[in-house]
Write a protein that binds this ligand. Structure first.
Ligand code: ASP
Length: 466
């Protein structure tokens, strides 16, 4: 017999079915026992009489049974299969479960996070987490379809690469073949996507993992996150804003039909004005902040190209420069302000756009520099030495072979999901996030490398505590 999913049972009254899943609940009424069987599609009530096997919660079982309509007064309108139940003819225990370390029949917010992460595979059995992952999958598949229909190519870029200057600390990976040298995990595919524009791809996207060694916060997981990275050639900033707005508006209508967007078209606000008015460059523009179904998107534009260099560690200690890029060093200056690059750099606006949702910055992007003279000037202003400039010489070489004007954006998938679902942390929308203290779920990395591994890499640990 072929497997039937619990959700399919209401259409099979009178049939014999084979069900597979977990023991979700058990209610003993003496000679009759009710079991809720759970599979990926939901739950169904099983009715057992006669000799009843010793079942524990979360045992995996196989059931052969007959689908019966429930008498009207026993219909349970709260579940999708509430008008039927299964009269069990044969029940086999496939795999036993010991007692779980925490309950999974609630929302789980009150359970210690480290414990949830240690047993994440159990935590995901709770319906809230499973639903979050389902919605996330619907979101990424919607994005793929939407962009593919618009002629975008999905292209993968390397994970073992060179440092990408998004302003955070890199994760580095030692090389065995080139002892003493290191790869960096990408903070974003920024340089590769620009190189793909030089390559003539014109429209690129990737749902991609990015790595930044920054302290975790509610809206930022430690270590890695996922973004929708996209880039287009021969576009204006307006084209990028319109495409992004259409993408998210149609996505919300399809995947989150109960949500409403506060204002469409999305408001476009100048950086200076929002900071003055709200004291933040990511204002929460919801009309009713208690309404979990309200989504207030906004664009923040007209950022200054440079901020005064206060982060002394910008790009690992070129700390003597006066200016740091507000976005990143590839962002183009506003054409009207190029004239101030020499005389008054802080007056220059960048062609940067930030996407804000309910008070979170869910994405950022820009029109890029594609002329070497301007890139040189920006490198000088942010205090790059000749040595540091050399690290980006591949970009400047590429730009000598006919570089199209280009620009893009990269909305964060985790942060978007967190904001849309009103979850308190990005970790609630990731399958296996690191904990707040930087320990990966279940596998508990980082861990020590064996002496052989270190030897092969030519590495000696001098002070593990530091
Ligand atoms: N690479 C940028 C980031 O990760 C996004 C972009 O400029 O497209 O923030």
């Amino acid at each position: 017999m072929q497997r039937t999913l619990t959700i399919e049972t209401p259409a099979k009254v009178g049939d014999k079915v084979l069900l597979l899943g977990w023991v979700d609940k058990r209610r003993d009424h003496g000679k009759i026992v009710f079991i809720d069987l759970r599979d990926r599609s939901g739950i169904i009530q099983l009715v057992l009489t006669g000799e009843i096997p010793r079942l524990s919660l979360e045992d995996v079982i196989e059931v052969e049974g007959a689908v019966k309509a429930r008498p009207p007064k026993l219909v349970n309108p709260k579940i999708a299969t509430g008008n039927v139940e299964i009269e069990v003819l044969k029940l086999t225990i496939i795999s036993k479960s010991i007692e779980l370390p925490f309950p999974i029949d609630n929302d789980g917010y009150d359970i210690e996070e480290e414990l949830r992460m240690k047993y994440r595979y159990l935590d995901i059995r709770r319906s809230r987490m499973f639903k979050n992952l389902q919605l996330r999958s619907q979101v990424t598949s919607f994005i793929r379809n939407f962009l593919t229909k618009k002629d975008f190519l999905e292209i993968e870029t390397p994970m073992l690469t060179k440092t990408t200057p998004e302003g955070a600390r890199d994760f580095i990976v030692p090389s065995r073949l080139q002892k003493g040298k290191f790869y960096a995990l990408p903070q974003s595919p920024q340089q590769y996507k620009q190189l793909l524009m030089v390559a003539g791809v014109e429209r690129y996207f990737q749902i991609v993992r990015c790595f930044r060694d920054e302290d975790p916060r509610a809206d930022r997981a430690y270590g890695e996150f996922t973004q929708l990275d996209l880039e287009m050639s021969f576009v204006t900033q307006e084209d990028i804003l319109i495409l992004t707005e259409e993408l998210f508006t149609t996505l919300i209508a399809e995947v989150f039909p109960d949500k409403h967007i506060t204002q469409s078209p999305w408001p476009r606000l100048a950086h200076k004005d929002v900071v003055q008015k709200y004291g933040s460059d990511k204002p929460d523009l919801r009309q009713n902040k208690k309404d979990p179904d309200e989504l207030a998107f906004a664009w923040i534009l007209d950022f200054p190209l440079f901020a005064k260099q206060s982060q002394e560690d910008f790009f690992h200690g070129s700390g003597s420069a006066k200016f740091a890029p507000s976005h990143h060093m590839f962002t183009a200056p506003h054409p009207d302000d190029i004239k101030y690059l020499d005389s008054d750099p802080l007056k220059v606006r960048g062609l940067q756009h930030d996407l804000v949702l309910n008070g979170y910055e869910v994405g950022g992007g820009s029109i890029r520099i594609h002329q070497n003279e301007i890139q040189d000037k920006v490198f000088d202003l942010i205090g790059f030495t000749t040595e540091q400039k050399k690290q980006f010489s591949h970009m400047q070489t590429a730009f000598t072979y006919g570089a199209p004007p280009h620009g893009g954006i990269a909305p964060g998938i985790d942060r978007f999901m967190m904001a849309v679902l009103s979850e308190p942390s990005v970790r609630e929308v990731m399958a296996f996030p690191t904990s707040a203290s930087g320990i990966t779920s279940v596998m508990e990395a980082p861990s020590s490398a064996s002496p052989q591994q270190l030897d092969e890499l030519g590495i000696r640990i001098i002070n593990a505590k530091k």
